[in-house]
Design a protein. Structure first.
Length: 225
């Protein structure tokens, strides 16, 4: 049966290497190949989620690792964290146009900035996993598209131009990469998603990239060219 539910990792993986896509999503060899600090990311996300829900994080911080404490000390007074919170850890399933294909994912946090009249999708990045090239990355495309399409479920109404996505890097200092949204991008992104899905569905031989694009890949030993 053809897959019809996609995450940003499906599309990013497809774009990086068809062979990797094959092992991961066709053969479903879900082998761990994360070479960053997974625990730091998880613990930090939990801490921020707790804070944004209005809880006191002092107890969590007492038991937190030094890395989590460092990340927290960098972000806690940053203006980004003190805008109006709309949702934290918002899970979505969003249909792509009127097709039978769906996008799924979980957004770290959504804020509203009344001064700018903007909704902001925030994505916390604690490690090296900040997309080097923003444009081809599918995370912001899927999140912008899904949140805009799901706005009425949250009793919100706004124009596409009032929405933006921020990759918020919290490494040595806080730095923010902002991507705007528009009605044209809504159409463009849906077209991108559907094109890739069509390519995936029409592919018989998933050929690995001639020149391996990744330093770490769990499927290296299986890789054929
Ligand atoms: S080792 Fe490299 S070329 Fe082979 S599947 Fe992984 S990413 Fe693709």
């Amino acid at each position: 049966m053809q897959e019809n539910i996609f995450t940003h990792d499906h599309f990013n993986t497809w774009q990086v290497c068809k062979g990797r896509y094959y092992f991961k999503y066709i053969k479903k060899l879900n082998w761990p190949d994360f070479d960053g600090d997974y625990e730091l990311g998880q613990n930090f996300h939990a801490l921020i989620d707790y804070f944004l829900r209005g809880f006191n994080v002092d107890n969590l911080l007492q038991d937190a690792s030094e890395e989590v404490k460092d990340c927290w000390s960098r972000i806690k007074d940053h203006p980004v964290l003190h805008k109006k919170i709309i949702k934290t850890e918002w899970g979505f399933n969003s249909r792509i146009e009127n097709t039978d294909n769906w996008l799924t994912g979980r957004i770290d946090a959504i804020f509203y900035d009344p001064g700018e009249s903007k909704y902001i999708i925030a994505d916390w990045k604690t490690g090296k996993y900040i997309p080097k090239k923003i444009d081809p990355n599918f995370q912001h495309k899927i999140y912008l598209y899904a949140f805009y399409r799901g706005r009425k479920d949250l009793n919100l109404d706004f124009k596409p131009g009032q929405l933006e996505f921020q990759y918020i890097k919290i490494q040595d200092e806080v730095s923010i990469n902002t991507i705007s949204f528009s009605a044209d991008k809504e159409t463009e992104f849906a077209g991108n998603f559907l094109n890739i899905i069509e390519n995936i569905n029409n592919t018989e031989h998933f050929r690995s990239s001639d020149c391996c694009p990744l330093k770490h890949c769990a499927y290296k030993n299986l890789c054929f060219k």
